[in-house]
Ligand binder design. Structure first.
Ligand code: ZN
Ligand code: ZN
Length: 356
């Protein structure tokens, strides 16, 4: 079944005849069009890509099966025209990918609007072989950059230099971009789960947490490792070992048929039993694909009747952390593919405690 067929099946299930796609990643996923502007309209029998002059040629090349509907003036004018031509009375749209101002404009075009959340995102959760190939390559570039950075980190080097070197290495090796602002958090700053690289100079004895990823063929990778500059002290060793055990517990719990919140709970329990429950305040992991954070989530907050069951081919991270204010923190993150009887770990970077 093609992606478009799968979406049409979801639309039929929801009783939606016409569906407007405004999310950039969803647009790319369905049509193959990578331009930065354009919307998709899908009916049971036809599909249109509405975009402007800058992208006519690109749209024809990347999305040959889609009818190009040229936007000559404002997008709302083109859509209004298309809706009238098709006699659309009721239109499904993506609640999560529209500003309130855009909604107000759309509401004036005529059709009754019905908002949906996650219709395309649900399809994106399970990756095909082509998508897995891109993610594998992106993961390999992050691994290589991490191996390289071990030769760069030493006392006196700024976090910002480390981040720049990681990004440069990944892009030189073929990545089109970093997947997000690379995190380099050293010393007490390693207690910040999302500490963007700062001008701080790395000192002897520091933990250095690096969270990096890149984009290959539109698909992201995501990797975190924590190293020690010099010899680790007993407390650092203890916390690192705890996070490593929690990560192993998460990986061991991950397989098709389980729910993300259950996997989160198994890893979280390891940290809670060591008395650090309050020091692990984020979810265990998240889906990765066209976006670095996408469904499904491995988090206590994902629990509920709508929580998806994990299926083979889903790509998620497993990234427990322990963050102790004014002291430091450790996070270990792998990118994995959910399989029938377990998971396939894509991240190959060394997970033992590295002392530089
Ligand atoms: Zn990460
Ligand atoms: Zn992550």
């Amino acid at each position: 079944m093609t992606r478009l067929e799968a979406l049409r099946r979801s639309m039929a299930g929801e009783g939606v005849e016409y569906f407007l796609v405004t999310g950039a990643a969803n647009r790319r996923y369905l049509s193959g069009f990578t331009g930065s502007s354009g919307v998709l309209l899908i009916s049971p029998a036809r599909c249109w890509l509405v975009t402007d002059f800058r992208y006519y040629e690109q749209a024809r090349q990347q999305a040959p099966d889609w009818e190009l509907y040229p936007q000559k003036g404002k997008l709302s004018e083109a859509l209004g025209e298309l809706f009238r031509e098709q006699g659309i009375c009721r239109l499904g749209f993506e609640k999560d990918h529209m500003t309130y101002a855009q909604y107000e404009t759309l509401a004036q075009l005529g059709p009754e609007l019905v908002g949906y959340s996650g219709l395309v995102e649900k399809l994106r959760m399970t990756k095909d072989e082509g998508e897995l190939g891109a993610i594998r390559r992106a993961a390999a570039l992050a691994d290589e950059a991490f191996a390289h950075i071990l030769t760069v980190i030493r006392p006196g080097v700024r976090e910002e230099e480390v981040a720049l070197e990681l990004e440069y290495h990944m892009r030189r090796a073929g990545a089109s971009a970093a997947a997000f602002d690379i995190i380099v958090a050293s010393g007490p700053r390693s207690a910040l789960p999302h500490g963007r690289a700062s001008p701080r100079r790395i000192e002897p004895g520091d933990f250095v947490t690096m969270d990096l990823g890149c984009v290959v063929d539109g698909y992201c990778s995501d990797l975190t490792r924590t190293v020690v500059v010099g010899s680790a002290n007993d407390e650092q060793r203890k916390v690192y070992d705890l996070v490593a055990r929690a990560q192993e517990a998460g990986l061991a719990a991950l397989r098709a048929g389980r729910r993300g919140s259950e996997v989160d709970a198994e890893a979280r329990q390891v940290i809670a039993e060591a008395g650090h429950a309050d020091h692990f305040g984020h979810g265990l992991g998240h889906g990765v694909g066209l976006e670095v954070h996408e469904a499904p989530r491995l988090s206590p907050q994902a629990a509920g009747p709508d929580e998806p069951v994990l299926e083979p081919g889903m790509v998620v991270t497993v990234e427990p952390g322990v963050y102790i204010p004014d002291w430091g923190g450790v996070r270990i993150e792998d990118l994995v593919v959910v399989r029938e009887d377990g998971c396939e770990i894509l991240s190959r970077a060394d997970k033992r405690l590295i002392e530089l």
